[in-house]
Ligand binder design. Sequence first.
Ligand SMILES: *[C@@H]1O[C@H](CO)[C@@H](O)[C@H](O)[C@H]1NC(C)=O
Ligand SMILES: *[C@@H]1O[C@H](CO)[C@@H](O)[C@H](O)[C@H]1NC(C)=O
Ligand SMILES: *[C@@H]1O[C@H](CO)[C@@H](O)[C@H](O)[C@H]1NC(C)=O
Ligand SMILES: *[C@@H]1O[C@H](CO)[C@@H](O)[C@H](O)[C@H]1NC(C)=O
Ligand SMILES: *[C@@H]1O[C@H](CO)[C@@H](O)[C@H](O)[C@H]1NC(C)=O
Length: 308
Amino acid sequence: MTSATTLLFFTIHFACIRAGNSSESFVKLECKTEYHGVYGQQLILECIVKPVVVDVTIITVTWKRMGAAAANLLEYHKEKMDLTPGFKFAEPSWNKKNMNVSLLLTNTNMADKGEYECMVTTDVGIATATTSLSVTAKYKTPTMSSIPETNIKENTDVTIFCNSTGGHQKWLIWWFDQFGTNWTRSAELVAKETDDGLFSLSSKFTVLKATSSYRNYTCEVLNVNGAKEGMASFVIPFVSRGEGRKGDNVDIVSTTKWLIPVVAIGSLIIILLAALLFFKRCSAQRGYQTDTRHDQDVEAEGLNSNRN
Ligand SMILES: *[C@@H]1O[C@H](CO)[C@@H](O)[C@H](O)[C@H]1NC(C)=O
Ligand SMILES: *[C@@H]1O[C@H](CO)[C@@H](O)[C@H](O)[C@H]1NC(C)=O
Ligand SMILES: *[C@@H]1O[C@H](CO)[C@@H](O)[C@H](O)[C@H]1NC(C)=O
Ligand SMILES: *[C@@H]1O[C@H](CO)[C@@H](O)[C@H](O)[C@H]1NC(C)=O
Ligand SMILES: *[C@@H]1O[C@H](CO)[C@@H](O)[C@H](O)[C@H]1NC(C)=O
């Protein structure tokens, strides 16, 4: 082949691939069109090269993110690999004969959402495919706290916080007391966007003149569709009544602790005394008989002596 025919061959070959559909090429690249990733988890964007002929060798693989956050994530060219941290071939020991060119995202981020393009060059043709990725994140179970923190007196104002992080949109927080009354209107919600594109929510609700009959408050985190995603309850830590009641309980407990042995020992003593008394009375009765005789004798003796 002269260089001219080589050039012609390549031009025609290239033109065919260019003009043709991937279905007319010797290779096809099959990818799922969309993925839904979860923040902080790993994810595989699956793409498989489907050659029409056997024994195909892959020369180049390029994985790109398109659009605003465009970046080359993975480039393989003739044995050389160029990777962006967090991205690699899903196949642990991928090689040029492996038609599974899936991309692994080791730690899916909010910034990873968008369109992805995979391009594969083989010794029998080129194929390109795209896939789109959306990323969602869930709020964590809310944590609650109050100001003042502890030893709260009756009829003081108490501010309760309900905080949650990790969502990717501004969600809602609803408030209820233990009787199911909706206090959401009295609460104030602040949403802050964090560096990784997530939100932290903090809802503040002030109970005016809090009393211990209304001490249990619940907050619910709702997503944009209005579905409940998380909830937490908070019991206002009152000082006087709570501690007083506790003290009473302790008193009752210690009293019973004291009382049982005291009563037991007491009744034992009473029983013993009664037994002793009974025994004494019995022996006294018997003794009285002998004693009276003896006394009579003594008396008689006395009388006798007196008489003497
Ligand atoms: C690709 O092939 C499909 C049918 O397989 C056809 O409808 C479409 O027009 C073709 N596209 C091009 C650019 O030839
Ligand atoms: C491609 O490789 C990934 C990672 O090993 C695997 O999860 C996936 O099932 C493979 N796909 C096919 C079609 O073999
Ligand atoms: C909730 O957020 C508020 C305001 O940022 C903060 O004062 C409070 O300590 C937080 N509470 C918890 C339990 O994180
Ligand atoms: C609670 O109150 C909020 C604000 O008024 C309202 O949007 C929400 O629908 C109420 N929730 C329930 C369960 O009544
Ligand atoms: C507070 O109320 C919630 C919801 O009604 C309930 O699940 C929780 O057990 C209550 N907590 C206490 C300590 O009573």
